[in-house]
Design a protein around this ligand. Structure first.
Ligand SMILES: Cc1cc2nc3c(=O)[nH]c(=O)nc-3n(C[C@H](O)[C@H](O)[C@H](O)COP(=O)(O)OP(=O)(O)OC[C@H]3O[C@@H](n4cnc5c(N)ncnc54)[C@H](O)[C@@H]3O)c2cc1C
Length: 306
């Protein structure tokens, strides 16, 4: 019935039993019983309106880089990957006389694609985000960043889509926090505006290479993971605390605390969500016992209690 109704929405692709495992960087998770791909903003608006008006809950999938999905899967997933256009809006000068360009980007666009586009167009501003695997929507929703940057500083405006359609909120109306963002009720992120500065492609590429070098030498890039698994406690580092407790290399099944970076859990083959959850529990207990710090997961967990 639900899938029949949804199939009536023009430009909405409705698929059944789609495996989510290859759509996550962790390579873990069961299927989505229904998987929705809107190809236009109108299709997205109609779908969100249909689901919200019937109080049908659904999950939004970005690039799947910060997710731990239940092995049994989830009922209803929508992805915005087909909404990925980028266009320049306007250019001008800041109060200090520096040239800038404002760019509008749909939420399904990958940060990596946006960064490549900005290099080709001599636009700087996203270099410190190099190597963060994310869609624009996912990056905003997690307020992704490093100790040098966060989406909160990069974003000028966000477009939300909810039961009553889409509307833009300016920067001062948005509520970012450390690795979190307050979404207005029953909405998702459908687009954003970002202000870029001007720089030469060579200079931007050099900065990107520097950031990527640091990542490659400190993180288990290339091994399936969901990035940092715990938030950093204020003024401290979750990785350092886990390392101090001697937990690097601790393994349950194929889920292992990375030997390279203790705040990463890597999937060494066929790790299950349960194995990762059990590992999280042990890490939290040990760190609490030995340092009195309560670690809070950064990874978004679907279909299980943390
Ligand atoms: C190797 C590696 C390195 C990483 N390094 C970093 C890092 O340096 N800094 C950092 O902050 N993170 C890092 N991460 C984690 C991850 O890249 C970020 O959290 C990223 O923002 C997730 O974006 P995503 O599109 O993959 O979102 P997903 O993982 O798909 O989703 C994450 C959450 O965002 C929600 N969401 C996604 N799209 C939307 C939308 N359009 N509207 C509303 N909600 C949405 C989802 O429902 C989910 O709750 C890393 C991950 C990996 C695997």
């Amino acid at each position: 019935m639900l899938s029949k109704d949804l199939k009536r929405i023009e430009d909405l692709q409705v698929r059944k039993n789609v495996s989510l495992l290859p759509l996550t960087s962790f390579r873990i998770g069961g299927p989505a019983h229904l998987f929705l791909v809107p190809w236009t903003l109108k299709a997205l608006e109609q779908t969100v309106s249909y689901l919200s008006n019937r109080s049908i809950s659904y999950k939004v999938l970005g690039q799947g880089s910060n997710l731990l999905i239940n092995d049994k899967g989830v009922k209803l997933v929508m992805t915005l990957t087909a909404l990925n256009r980028i266009h320049s809006l306007q250019h001008g000068r800041t109060a200090h006389g520096h040239p800038f360009k404002t760019v509008s980007v749909e939420a399904g666009c990958r940060l990596k694609s946006l960064l490549s586009w900005s290099i080709r167009n001599s636009l700087s501003g996203l270099e410190n985000f190099s190597g963060i695997p994310a869609s624009v929507g996912g990056a905003i929703s997690m307020n992704a960043g490093t100790n040098k940057c966060s989406m909160a500083e990069a974003i000028d405006a966000v477009q939300f889509t909810g039961p009553d359609g889409s509307c833009w909120f300016r920067r001062d109306q948005l509520q970012f926090d450390y690795r979190s963002f307050r979404l207005p009720d029953k909405t998702l992120i459908s687009a954003a505006e970002i202000q870029f500065g001007k720089s030469s492609p060579d200079q931007i590429s050099r900065r990107v290479r520097k950031v990527m070098y640091k990542r490659r030498t400190t993180q288990p890039i290339g091994e399936p993971s969901a990035g940092c698994i715990f938030r950093n406690p204020q003024g401290d580092s979750a990785g350092k605390l886990i390392d101090q407790c001697g937990l690097k290399g601790l393994r349950i099944g194929d889920a292992e605390v990375s030997k390279k970076h203790a705040n990463f859990i890597v999937n060494r083959g066929k790790a299950s969500a349960i194995q990762v959850m059990n590992l999280l529990k042990i890490i939290r207990e040990r760190v609490k016992k030995e340092t009195a710090v309560e670690l809070v997961p950064e990874v978004s967990v679907w279909g299980m209690e943390t």
